[in-house]
Design a protein around this ligand. Sequence first.
Ligand code: PNS
Length: 164
Amino acid sequence: MKTTAVFPGSFDPVTKGHLDVINRARLIFDRVIVLVLSNVDKRLLFSLDERVNMVSITVNELSNVSVDRYDGLLVEYIRSVNNAVIIKGIRSISDFQYEFEMASVNKMLDKQVETIFLPSYEGNRHISSSLVKHLLHYDGDISWLVSDKIKDMVKNKISKDYKV
Ligand code: PNS
């Protein structure tokens, strides 16, 4: 049986914390699909195309990793992939609370769907997409937060569309 992990998120933008989860998941599962979704609860800075593009550039050298997008319920997408589980990174207790609720909702929506959590370690615990946007607003260093491959794209977008 081939196993697939689907790593869903808004990736606004994708960070080194996300990349750590992807790299660890690709050692456990035959393949990893990074699924870029919209999150109706968040005001996103980057368009869906931009977020997919940044994830694709970030993971382009990882052999068993692919990128996809979906505009709908996560469980619908999971149903369309054979033997897929949802994988989520957990950085803190508050992450756990939020992700545990999402996993429970997804289970209510589809009993077949399983969610697996990977805990973040030391250096990655404080990394978040919001922190990237916050630091750039004040011209802070983001090289420890996002891949060098997308750093300039993120900076350009923020200086153009985010700063007041
Ligand atoms: O990176 P994020 O914003 O925390 O990811 C949240 C995301 C996009 C995975 C979540 O909002 C989601 O699954 N959206 C798709 C809609 C859905 O399936 N909602 C029901 C689960 S609560």
